[in-house]
Design a protein around this ligand. Structure first.
Ligand code: SF4
Length: 376
């Protein structure tokens, strides 16, 4: 943003090619107004030099840092089609967890899912209906009238989904549980990152951490929406919830297993489905191993040249063609946005979003310790 400047109204009019009429200048009260300095912030600094773009040249064999930012969403993409993962990542100057949204339908799906998830968290936090609806409105970032009638998704239907949960909550849903407090705040949307060997990072957010009021049982809640009937197999072996153990390790160091409640809102039946799964130490050990395998896969793909493998069986997915269909056979260089210092700065800045930070070695040590304690 530019710094505050000051000019008289007469100067501003003159710069715009407009001069006040002589009659106006003759009137003393108008002349005063024309001479009064007005503070303003120019949208651009006219006399400042344009910011220099600093391009980063990576040493031979070094992998672009954008390819080393892993999350549940990016790993899913890597497994579906490594070529798409490569093109998505390298054509982006963003470092977000989710992959870039390419069209209206995807944007709406993303905004809808985000609104329902945010609304569910707000219900658990005890916010009022008016507060929740206002927040949903303020955070809705696509057109308010966008609608996907096939999948029953729109802003108003997101509000309806949250109101439905609010009613269930007021009637006693989850009343045996309370939100865990972390640093004096409810444990909602807790961000974590795991530093993996080779400069890779895995990042994620836990929707909510709850504790049973009498048994003390810990349960993490994962809010989902589904435009089909929610089946347990859709979530049972998903690695997403295993990452949550990182947060739980810090909040509850002695705990060796926990429950993940997938609370899935079915957009077509307008119903919530509860799908609880228990996660064990063994599952976490396997998940950690898979994370390392993914980093090694990326390294392997890189070693073969510029084009990652194309999994053509996924060119048509979720009722739509991949946006790279017909393009992904072209040279990678045609899509790549050059790596700049500003991208590296964004990656560094992004780290501030995550409250929990742990290294892979710390996780392995905690895993061994817990395993030893369990065996005793
Ligand atoms: S069109 Fe198919 S092969 Fe090409 S990037 Fe997309 S999913 Fe992969």
């Amino acid at each position: 943003m530019g710094s505050i400047r000051s000019k008289s109204l007469a100067e501003i009019l003159a710069e715009a090619g407009l001069s006040p009429s002589e009659k106006a200048v003759d009137k003393p009260e108008l002349a005063d107004i024309l001479d009064t300095p007005i503070d303003y912030i120019p949208s651009t600094e006219p006399d400042s030099e344009p910011e220099d773009i600093v391009y980063i040249e990576l040493p031979a064999g070094e992998i672009d840092p954008r390819l080393k930012l892993l999350s549940h969403s990016s790993r899913t993409l890597l497994h579906k089609c490594p070529r798409k993962y490569q093109l998505y990542r390298l054509s982006s100057d963003k470092v977000e967890l989710e992959d870039p949204v390419k069209d209206m339908e995807q944007s709406l799906t993303f905004a809808y899912g985000h609104a329902v998830g945010e609304g569910i968290a707000s219900v658990l936090e005890g916010k009022t209906e008016a507060q929740i609806v206002l927040e949903l409105f303020l955070n809705w970032n696509v057109d308010l009238l966008d609608e996907n009638s096939r999948q029953k998704k729109s802003f108003w239907l997101a509000v309806f989904a949250v109101q439905r949960l609010l009613r269930m909550y007021n009637e006693g849903f989850l009343s045996d549980y309370e939100l865990v407090q972390y640093e004096g705040k409810p444990a909602i949307e807790l961000g974590f990152q795991i530093k993996l060997p080779g400069g890779y990072t895995y990042r994620g957010f836990v929707d909510a951490v709850l504790q049973h009021k009498t048994t003390g049982e810990i349960m993490t809640l994962e809010a989902k929406t589904s435009s089909s009937i929610a089946q347990p197999a859709m979530y049972k072996n998903s690695g997403q919830a295993l990452g949550y153990s990182v947060v739980l390790d810090i909040l509850f160091p002695e705990m060796s297993s926990y429950t993940v409640l997938y609370l899935v809102y079915e957009t077509k039946s307008y119903e919530y489905k509860e799908l609880p799964f228990t996660k064990s130490l063994l599952q976490r050990a396997l998940w950690l191993q898979e994370l390392i395998i993914d980093t090694q896969l990326i390294k392997l793909y890189e070693s073969y040249g510029t084009s990652y493998p194309m999994h053509g069986e996924n060119c048509y997915d979720f009722f739509r063609e991949c946006e790279y269909l017909g393009l992904c056979t072209l040279q990678t260089e045609k899509f790549v946005k050059p790596l700049t210092q500003s991208i590296l700065d964004d990656i560094e800045k992004d780290e501030d979003k995550y409250q929990f930070y742990v290294t892979f070695d710390d996780l392995v040590s905690s895993q061994i310790k817990k395993g030893t304690n369990d065996a005793v």
